[in-house]
Design a protein around this ligand. Structure first.
Ligand code: FAD
Length: 371
């Protein structure tokens, strides 16, 4: 089969990394991205890149010095409180090699590494139809043919239904995301420490995370029916605050400050594909990143896997073994994603449990002992 014309659906970290690597290998992929430009929507909070996956991909892409210039190794601290505001764990000088980087900064580095006109902005792919030689992509008023189509289009991938019947399922937990400037919110600044702060109580958590440029993100999470989460997505910030106040009655005032003073950014019900999601290989079509293995953020692996997938897929697509290499790529990502997805499900259930903070404290202490 021909593998010359390659379409990547989705300009998130995984799709952009794949485009960068393919260009380094002399190919000319085209990226279709539904956002109309790079700054159309907030990209989300800070991400830590792990040495064997995310950082490895940056090295393979020749972007390690750009990453080092934008990364914040000093922001890897961990704090854990209970719902009364008692500090149970505080590690401000971690030995992990997991520097943080703002999502917007990571996307900028990847975008600037691409040749001009690699990305078709404002092109949401709505249909993918097989023909004799490949696939025809269709969007609003356009169609275009490709030999190979890569689904790098995240949780609600338009490519995945051609390979698998699996759909993301709601995990029973919703996060309400808040934004803070440290200059205006000194109490949140003090609460957060140098990196991430978790406060955990009965089926609930308050999280803050230091971002670059004097920003902090907050996440207030709780177990919630999916229909209620949908209603919350349509609620005003004041109604959301009222609902959260009611759910966090009795929590320490310094933790409730997150609810009272933050700027509401988004309501994020958490979805995941089944742990161990796989598909039968189909020539010309494959997936990477969240499209292949969406999981909750509680393993901190999602973006790292997306970047590592891109490294392996770029090699497979440019090898001399045709689609066989891509089939091997798929086998490899099924295994490593299953391990991470299991960890993410355990992390989520540990953080939102009737046992409150105890399982999380145990996890933190084990991590320190294992380090
Ligand atoms: C609250 C939260 C916190 C997180 N924290 C972490 C963390 O700390 N560490 C970590 O490793 N991971 C984290 N993650 C997970 C991480 O964000 C994802 O795993 C990662 O973004 C996946 O990258 P991706 O490129 O596969 O998909 P995405 O980042 O979802 O990118 C997909 C792209 O495809 C585009 N798109 C979608 N549909 C179409 C279409 N039909 N046509 C064209 N374009 C389309 C989208 O606009 C988007 O740009 C977190 C996730 C959440 C929700």
């Amino acid at each position: 089969m021909a593998m010359n014309r390659i379409a990547i659906i989705g300009g998130g970290p995984g799709g952009l990394m794949l485009a960068r690597l393919l260009q380094r290998y002399g190919r000319s992929p085209m990226v279709f991205e539904r956002d109309s430009h790079a700054d159309e929507r907030p990209q989300g909070g800070s991400l830590d890149l792990h040495s064997r996956t995310g950082q490895y991909a940056m090295r393979r892409a020749g972007l390690e010095s750009r990453f080092a210039a934008a990364a914040r190794p000093e922001n890897q601290g961990d704090r854990l409180y209970d719902a009364d505001g008692t500090l149970l764990f505080d590690r401000d000088e971690p030995t992990d090699d997991r520097p943080e980087i703002d999502r917007t900064a990571l996307r900028k580095i990847l975008l600037e590494s691409l040749l001009p006109d690699t990305i078709r902005w404002g092109c949401r792919v709505a249909g993918i139809t097989p023909d004799d030689d490949g696939f025809v992509l269709a969007g609003d008023g356009w169609t275009e043919r490709f030999d190979v189509v890569i689904g790098a289009d995240g949780a609600w991938s338009s490519v995945r239904p051609l390979l698998s019947d699996a759909r993301p399922a709601y995990e029973g937990v919703t996060l309400v995301e808040f934004g803070f400037d440290v200059a205006r919110h000194p109490a949140i600044d003090r609460l957060t420490g140098s990196g991430k702060m978790f406060a955990v109580g009965y089926n609930r958590a308050v999280i803050t995370q230091r971002n670059g440029f004097g920003h902090i993100r907050g996440y207030v999470g709780l177990r919630l029916a999916e229909a209620t989460a949908r209603e919350w997505q349509a609620s005003s910030p004041e109604r959301l605050r009222q609902a959260l106040r009611a759910s966090f009655t009795g929590w320490a005032p310094m933790l409730r400050e997150v609810i009272e003073t933050g700027d509401v950014i988004d309501v994020r019900p958490l979805y995941a594909l089944p742990v161990g999601h796989q598909w039968q290989s189909r020539a010309g079509l494959t997936l990477l990143g969240d499209a292949a293995h969406l999981m909750s953020p509680f393993s901190g692996e999602g973006v790292n896997l997306a970047l590592a997938d891109a490294v392996d897929l770029a090699e497979a697509l440019t090898s001399n073994d045709g689609w066989t290499s891509v089939t091997l790529y798929e086998g490899a990502i099924f295994g490593r994603a299953a391990t991470a997805a299991k960890g993410a499900a355990q992390g989520l259930n540990g953080a939102f449990s009737p046992e409150g903070v105890a399982p999380v404290l145990k996890h933190y202490r084990t991590r320190v002992t294992d380090a």
